[in-house]
Design a protein around this ligand. Structure first.
Ligand SMILES: Nc1nc2c(ncn2[C@@H]2O[C@H](COP(=O)(O)OP(=O)(O)OP(=O)(O)O)[C@@H](O)[C@H]2O)c(=O)[nH]1
Ligand SMILES: [Mg+2]
Length: 445
């Protein structure tokens, strides 16, 4: 899910974050693109309007436009707005202490994923050390009880069920009494029946079940594939029954993402979990900030900024920029990069994280051992050789190999690699826009 919207957003984010100067018009244009992407993703129109207005207002301020890195500030504003849209903080379940029973009631339309989610939730809580009991209170669909019993076996959680029962309210009460009596359980998860359409009968039944079990969590299970519809359903259920949160299922599908992005804003209820597959373990807490970063395609950029901040300061970056521009990058400078490379991992990883460089350094994995050998090779060169590698002919190569305890083959390989990197940097340095992008990222703006 979210692939389409993410590809549009990361385009805008990458483009804007490379800008060292932006105008109010740039902001408006970028926001317009974002607006279209949101509408295309089936996000609620009112939500889009609010998002757009507040982003423009905040991003067009003097403080942002005149700042050192306005493009990246813009991206940060969009990111933060997106996090707010998705629900700010992660909302966990609010369960009672282990000595008091906590009831979780699951409800929703037919086929939304209630039964599957009940088992997933039970498995998860069990892993966290709680002692859940599943309750098969869907007495409408004939196979519903068997389905939950089977899932319960799979996740090794007991399922309370009565084959002959016909009243879900009575059954839920009986389950609660059983849980209290046995004193083995601290959490009761109630699976209920779904219907094709929102109807009065279903609502009344759910209301009665809710009253009889007094749940601490009433979670709507909503199918992300239903898009806008999921939002309307959530609103209706909340008004009638009162929800404490949402489980958004089928997040692994290619749904356009509108539901995920509108639910919190429209209903005020947080998405607490997402279902990401059919298996019991395909169930995750919903983290607004992580999803926002994913939508913006910022994961890599942000981690590069973080890593680079540790390893390079502004003055160093400027110095490097000068060298790139004049193409006087020497083996000496190459040597300086090793410490940085060590922290970053490999050349390839470094390249992957810089837009435009990905794929250009394939197979150039340099491991710690190799870095040490390369260092030894360069240290065996004279200062003059390090400053101008072109003078290192065959006899010098032999001497360097001997001095560093390596072979001529390895010296040749290092020189070749250095040539390649130099060529790449030279090429990159001619492209001003690209270079600014790379530099601003290295400086961590
Ligand atoms: N890919 C994917 N499939 C899911 C997810 N959650 C549920 N499903 C599938 O959706 C289908 C319906 O799931 P159920 O759990 O039976 O839905 P339900 O709401 O209990 O359905 P009713 O009881 O008939 O109302 C099943 O085939 C599940 O495997 C999910 O997060 N991802
Ligand atoms: Mg079911």
């Amino acid at each position: 899910m979210l692939e389409r919207i993410s590809s549009k957003f990361s385009d805008v984010a990458r483009r804007m974050s490379g800008q060292h100067k932006i105008s109010e018009k740039n902001v408006r244009d970028a926001v317009e693109e974002i607006k279209l992407a949101l509408l295309e993703a089936d996000v609620n129109v009112r939500v889009v309007r609010r998002f757009v207005n507040s982003t423009i207002e905040e991003a067009s301020g003097e403080v942002v436009l005149k700042s050192v890195a306005p493009g990246q500030q813009f991206v940060k504003i969009v990111h933060d707005r997106m996090v707010a849209l998705l629900g700010d903080e992660r909302s966990d379940l609010e369960l009672r202490g282990p000595d008091t029973l906590s009831v979780i009631l699951l409800l929703g339309l037919q086929g939304s994923g209630k039964t599957t989610s009940a088992a997933k939730l039970a498995a998860r809580l069990k892993k966290e050390g709680r002692r859940p009991l599943l309750v098969a209170a869907d007495l409408v669909r004939p196979a519903a009880i068997d389905q939950l019993v089977l899932l319960g076996e799979k996740v090794e959680v007991e399922v309370f069920h009565e084959k002959e029962a016909s009243d879900p309210v009575k059954l839920a009460k009986a389950a609660l009494a059983y849980a209290k009596r046995s004193a083995v359980f601290d959490t009761v998860i109630v699976d209920t029946s779904g219907r094709m359409e929102l109807d009065d009968e279903l609502m009344r039944e759910i209301e009665r079940i809710k009253k009889s079990v007094d749940p601490v969590e009433t979670l709507l299970v909503a199918d992300s594939m239903t898009g806008q519809n999921a939002v309307e359903i959530a609103k209706a259920f909340d008004e009638r029954v009162g929800l404490t949160g949402i489980v958004l299922t089928k997040f692994d599908s290619d749904a356009r993402g509108g539901a995920a992005l509108s639910l919190k804003s429209v209903t005020g209820k947080p998405i607490k979990f997402i279902g990401v597959g059919e298996k019991p373990e395909d169930f995750e807490p919903f983290h607004p900030d992580r999803i926002a970063s994913r939508i913006l395609g910022m994961g890599d950029v942000l981690s590069l900024v973080e890593k680079a901040q540790e390893t390079i300061d502004e003055a160093e970056a400027l110095e490097l920029q000068k060298k790139l521009q004049s193409a006087t990058f020497t083996l000496e400078d190459y040597l300086d990069q090793f410490a940085r490379l060590r922290k970053m991992g490999s050349l390839e990883k470094l390249a992957e994280m810089i837009p435009g460089l990905a794929g250009q350094l394939q197979g150039e994995e340099i491991n710690e051992k190799e870095i040490r050998r390369e260092e030894a090779i360069i240290l065996s060169m004279t200062i003059r050789e390090r400053q101008n590698h072109r003078i290192i002919g065959p006899s010098r190569r032999k001497r360097v190999a001997k001095g560093s305890g390596t072979s001529v083959f390895e010296v040749n390989r290092l020189l070749k690699r250095f040539e390649k990197m130099r060529g790449m940097l030279k090429k990159a340095s001619k492209n001003k826009q690209y270079q600014n992008k790379m530099l601003s990222q290295m400086q961590g703006h």
